[in-house]
Design a protein. Structure first.
Length: 95
């Protein structure tokens, strides 16, 4: 019997300069080879066969843009950028 895991994608990166280049300021929605970056991550996680749930943590505006872009197959976690920074800090010190 295989173990199933849960994955959390922290999708809080924004860059004003990206808007003119990629049409969005949200890094996870920047298109590379006709697909948003986050699609590659989600496809890899799903293909592993070991991930039960995928959560995407970002602010509510970014989550709305993910939904509008047709990105599906995840459970949203709405939080502010400060909270994401705190999550990253705690995760990096726990390793």
């Amino acid at each position: 019997m295989s173990n199933l895991y849960e994955a959390v994608i922290l999708a809080g990166g924004r860059a004003a300069w990206l808007q003119s280049l990629a049409g969005t300021d949200i890094r996870s929605l920047a298109v590379v080879k006709e697909k948003p970056l986050i699609s590659y991550t989600m496809s890899t996680l799903k293909a592993s066969g070991r991930i039960h749930n995928i959560y995407v943590a970002s602010d509510s505006e970014a989550l709305a843009k993910l939904e509008a872009a047709g990105i599906t197959g995840y459970k949203p976690i709405a939080c502010n950028v400060k909270t994401l920074a705190e999550v990253c800090l705690v995760a990096s010190t726990a390793v």
